[in-house]
Design a protein around this ligand. Structure first.
Ligand SMILES: [Zn+2]
Length: 97
């Protein structure tokens, strides 16, 4: 990797607020919060990280009502998922989990 890694926050078991510049809810434009229950260890680096949203990762929208706005498979969320995962992995350190 040629670009230096940004300084990462040690994840403290709290929900992660996704900045609006990274992604917003495609359903309503609301801010997204991610609850992490599970991470995976990268085979190459040995670092713990998010690999996907869905299992072990709960996505909520600030404007969620009885029906959660995050609902997979949902074509509107597909382009946003990788952005969220990438941002979280580059800003949060899950070691040691
Ligand atoms: Zn929403």
């Amino acid at each position: 990797m040629s670009t230096p890694e940004p300084t990462k926050t040690i994840w403290n078991n709290k929900d992660i607020d996704i900045p609006a510049a990274v992604a917003i809810c495609p359903e309503c434009g609301g801010l997204i919060t991610v609850e992490v229950y599970e991470t995976e260890q990268d085979d190459e680096t040995g670092n713990w990280m998010l690999s996907e949203l869905g299992s072990g990762v709960h996505v909520t929208c600030v404007d969620d009502d009885e029906t959660p706005h995050y609902n997979m498979p949902y074509v509107d969320w597909l382009p946003i998922e990788p952005k969220i995962i990438k941002w979280i992995n580059s800003h949060y350190d899950f070691n040691p989990f």
